[in-house]
Design a protein around this ligand. Sequence first.
Ligand SMILES: CC(=O)SCCNC(=O)CCNC(=O)[C@H](O)C(C)(C)COP(=O)(O)OP(=O)(O)OC[C@H]1O[C@@H](n2cnc3c(N)ncnc32)[C@H](O)[C@@H]1OP(=O)(O)O
Ligand SMILES: O=C([O-])CC(=O)C(=O)O
Length: 510
Amino acid sequence: MAFFRSVSALSRLRSRVGQQSNLANSVRWLQTPSSSNADLYSELKELVPEYQLVARKTLVNSCKRMLYLSTLYFNLYIQIWLQERVKKLKKDHGNVELGKITVDMVLGGMRGMTALVWLGSAVDPDEGIRFRGMSIPECQKKLPGAFPGGEPLPEAVLWLLLTGKIPNKEQVDSLSQELRSRATVPDYAYKAIDALPVSAHPMTQFTTGVMALQVQSEFQKAYEGGIAKARYWEPTYEDTLNLIARLPAIAAYIYRRKYKDGKIIPLDDSLDYGANYAHMLGFDDPEMLEFMRLYISIHSDHEGGNVSSHTAHLVASPLSDPYLAFAAALNGLAGPLHGLANQEVLRWIRSVVAEFGTPKISTEQLADYINKTLSKGQVVPGYGHGVLRQTDPRYTCQREFALKHLPNDPLFQLVSKIKEVVPPILTKLGKVKNPWPNVDAHSGVLLNYYGLTEEKYSVTSRLYYTVLFGVSRSFGVGPQLIWDRALGMPLERPKSVTLEKLEQLCGKSS
Ligand SMILES: CC(=O)SCCNC(=O)CCNC(=O)[C@H](O)C(C)(C)COP(=O)(O)OP(=O)(O)OC[C@H]1O[C@@H](n2cnc3c(N)ncnc32)[C@H](O)[C@@H]1OP(=O)(O)O
Ligand SMILES: O=C([O-])CC(=O)C(=O)O
């Protein structure tokens, strides 16, 4: 409610200064104390207590932020008419068939079965991901960066995924500021992580931290207070923004606890989300900050059927709040065939180097090592995909970043060689549907180059990389959870059959 009162006060501010006046003039007017603006000043001051007002200038900044943010909220609000579209689809076309369900699908992890609605993004098997219809190169061109020509800011991706609209730089900056203002992590969340041994996998520590944050769920409180169904999306929005805002502090703490001195580096109020996360991890090289922005942006979303996103959507469907849903998603992401593959790729690359004593190896040596991996019944991590049938564009854009910034890095050169040698070998197996590299084939060497790795290598190393993936995934999962509630999506409950029943159905059909 405070939000709507703020928006209304802000629009009165605009009309007081003059309808034609722009934001800058309105702000200047409010900034100059006078009897004609004192009442509005005190009203606005009362409405933004959370910003700890100490001076008129701070209030003015808060007003600017509310004004820009109100467009985000407004965009969401007006799109609630999508509910009508959903109802109409169900009513008019509820019986339209979207395809057959085959035994292969039931026994094959439901590949190719259209079963979900996901607003933020879609994956084309050949072209890869599009965020609200925009490819990665288009996002790099059109979404605001930290500087002109910079990589897309994750906040810009969040805005896009949430509203379907491309934000301008001021809107993105207001969202950065909003996230920073929500970033305070309660002490008990750190304590919950501290209760685990330092040797616990970073993803186990991460999920524990997220579960501790759940104590603050606005959705849970609102539900207990009897909130009406039509308004479920509002506390879901609050939880989602709070969750996204608080993840870097939790995630950075885990890194510093496990691999560094355990000291918390506080958030820097002048930095955007990706840069702040890098800073809190202990990295301030501008190139690394830029890579973090790109990393979070490209890992944010990958339509709805991947394990982490689907898990979040499923777990939220009985009205579990966004923290519960996201913690579950992280547990799916922590599997080696999904997000943990980024850890496995680096471990595998290091095992290649350990085997030959150098990353500079011949094509024959590499082919032998790949065949050895396969002969042990293992997969080549970072290759293959459940939907993609070409090189993942997220791999390509990381490669472009590496070519620009670290072309001579020996591990990057090994990654390039692996891309030449693995696909023909996987193709020869005759069963691998996609022999090409996915997103995880590349990220580790970039992070390793910038120093984000554990000090000592051992064959049982538990690397941090999947936590970075997890933080990024909140940008895709969060908006969909808001839309799930806004669209009144139901509890998810597919039908299962016993093996006997399946055999019986097959017998009947043949
Ligand atoms: C962010 C992400 O989640 S991207 C994916 C990250 N995961 C990886 O990189 C792990 C390696 N890749 C894989 O295991 C798979 O390609 C997956 C899990 C990503 C996709 O699995 P599927 O859709 O089942 O792939 P597909 O239909 O091609 O699998 C057919 C067969 O090829 C095998 N195969 C697929 N990819 C590979 C690979 N990279 N290395 C060896 N074998 C493979 C499968 O294990 C399966 O073998 P099986 O019939 O003996 O069980
Ligand atoms: O789409 C998938 O199945 C896996 C993936 O690449 C992702 O979740 O980013």
